[in-house]
Design a protein around this ligand. Structure first.
Ligand code: PDD
Length: 281
């Protein structure tokens, strides 16, 4: 396996960043994840746009142009001989003696790219069966729109899900509303057949998969509402699912162990998954 680290392609086993990298010490870093399907990056421009936005919010310079970054991503993929998987990019503010405030003398951002293989057949089998989610109180900061590597609440939520035999954890805010998953956006199809996902003006990550799926859903003559929905409404929903570069679209068949709808993937989720995957290719 090969990784890209600060200008060089190196053996994954030897790839390393400095101990005073601010991403390592302070989570002063952002990341992006692209799904790769049949050798092609999914939604490349959507992820680049969000990358630039996240960096801008933290006053970190884009480490190189979109075109140069695309070359690096593709070259890392090529050297790993992977056609289906996930491409991970991390950009940290750089290396400097530890101090919470930004380095007085700007340092170059540190860039890392890795690639992970995903078995598309196994993913398809999971989607055909559907997965469970658990719920957990929302305890993250107020800037979840920035794709920062500061993911400890997400890590703990996902671990709790795993220990419960579930695939994802949905954060529930103080008003009983579902915000999003630990690494995905949350959706339901209401008892009346309306497709609902939280609007991105609230404190969630603006999922690239979410945006593309909304476009797909609009061509399908579905009734769509971008608004918060409560855990109560999700429990009564006909269908539920989540989206993200990792899962693409994953049907949810149980919430906290209680079946959603008929307890198996619903027709809307299944159809949208198929259409999304065709669209992404
Ligand atoms: N996670 N919400 C959160 C908190 C996420 O971490 C992610 C993605 C999403 C979905 O965004 P997108 O559709 O752009 O992938 C929503 C990535 C895959 C990860 O952390 O690995």
């Amino acid at each position: 396996r090969v990784a890209y680290v600060n200008g060089a392609y190196v053996r994954h086993a030897d790839a390393a960043v400095h101990i005073e990298d601010r991403g390592y010490q302070l989570a002063d870093a952002i990341y992006e994840v692209w799904a790769m399907s049949d050798g092609r990056l999914c939604d490349p421009e959507g992820h680049f746009a969000r990358l630039e936005r996240s960096l801008g919010e933290l006053s970190i310079d884009m480490p190189m142009s979109r075109a140069a970054l695309t070359t690096v991503l593709k070259e890392t993929v090529r050297r790993n001989h992977i056609r289906d998987g996930l491409v991970y990019l991390q950009v940290s503010r750089g290396v400097a003696p530890r101090d919470h405030a930004f380095p007085a003398e700007p340092v170059p951002p540190a860039v890392v790219v890795t690639v992970k293989r995903v078995d598309p057949q196994a993913a398809e089998a999971r989607a055909t069966a559907g997965v469970g989610v658990i719920t957990t109180p929302e305890n993250r900061w107020g800037r979840c729109d920035i794709k920062t590597v500061g993911l400890l609440p997400n890590v703990l939520a996902k671990q709790a899900a795993r220990e419960a035999g579930s695939a994802e954890a949905w954060f529930i805010d103080a008003d009983g509303l579902v915000t999003e998953g630990a690494s995905s956006n949350a959706w339901i199809v209401t008892a009346d057949g309306v497709l609902v996902t939280r609007d991105t003006t609230a404190n969630i990550l603006r999922g690239v998969t979410r945006a593309t799926l909304l476009e797909v859903a609009r061509t399908e003559n579905l009734r769509i509402e971008e608004r918060p929905f409560s855990l109560e409404e999700a429990r009564r929903a006909r269908e539920a699912f989540f989206t993200g570069a990792g899962a693409l679209l994953m049907p949810v068949v149980a919430i906290d162990g209680q079946p959603v709808g008929e307890g198996r993937p619903g027709p809307v989720a299944s159809r949208l998954r198929r259409l999304y995957i065709e669209e992404a290719r």
